[in-house]
Ligand binder design. Sequence first.
Ligand code: PMP
Length: 406
Amino acid sequence: MTFDINKIQKDFPALHQEIYKKPLVYLDNAATTQKPQAVIDRIIKYNTYENSNIHRGVHYLSQEATNAFEQARIFIKEYINAAESHEIIFTKGTTESINIIASSFGKKFLNKDDEIIISTMEHHSNLVPWQQLCIENEAHLKVIPINEKGELLIDEFKKLLNEKTKFVALTHISNALGTINPVKKIIEMAHKFDVPVLIDGAQGIPHLKIDVQNLDCDFYCFSGHKVFAPMGSGVLYGKEKWLEKLPPFQFGGEMVENVTFEKTTFNELPFKFEAGTPNVESILGLETALKYISEIGIKNIADYENDLLNYATKELIKIEGLRIIGTAEKKASVISFLIGNIHPYDAGTIIDRMGVAVRTGHHCAQPVLDWFNIPGTVRASFAFYNTKEDVDKLVEAVLQAKKMLE
Ligand code: PMP
């Protein structure tokens, strides 16, 4: 399909509203994305006609809902090119997906003095679970350093890898800096030491073609709401060989095979990791969102966003005193910046009043902002429904903030 921005914009009703009597310009896509009408319709259809609990009913509606849910699993397996559909575990988001692995892997495989490697630019979701696990197990958290541009120092990573390394957890794209990490290379290097790698794909899935077999990652995690689907939906992809070995994370219905007061045997994959009633409507919404993206083509999306990112970078750096934090060679859809000595929160408030939604603060990635020795940034993050006119309005709003606050 060709990339038709006018049609795409029409598909997203949230974009066509006014705030403070100005047309909304939504540039907070790294926090969450808006939903196309097709996703909204899918949720309404499920709640209007199909609502039923899955996997445990013989009645018509339950079977229909179960079929739809399992079809979504098959579609998502194909979307990320997993080898098996039982390697797709449904969760409520990236945070839960990472916690499942940290907890299960930690219980079974992490011992005193072992080491886990993460990077300087991790979101708290891919930092705190590993940090806490290390504290509990008397293991050590090692951190891959970065350079001034916000790129990983691969040679330093090489030095961190050793026979004590038990796990590597790394973000695909930094939500604070926009850096696209060379995850395939990192995975290859870790595998030489037989170390499994988890990729936090929260920011990867909306912007890149994800092929988990090609990456050869052991785990890949993402959230539906960052990819035009409802909140409360998420995916944990895991290689079968690992998921088979790992113990369940939560206990309850669905994840069991046979239960007596003395003993429980667990269900097979993927259900072993899906205790309780899942968020069926959101998962169906996620399937619809990924189908919507497939129709436009992720390559077309990436090209369009790249062009938008280059335009926005070029226009923003024309503003005197504006400094971009995160200038990696390979970047996606995120521009974090500071305007002179203006506090990001003050700038964000004025930019918002101009109708432009940006995010300010540490973006749940405090350590990387500490590294840059700054308290936070203003962050504009783009999706494929944004336009160069949106960028122009951002520039105008930044100039207004500068005029009022300097
Ligand atoms: N990792 C990254 C890189 C993120 O950007 C986010 C969300 N900002 C998360 C993890 C956490 O995602 P969620 O809150 O949907 O679980």
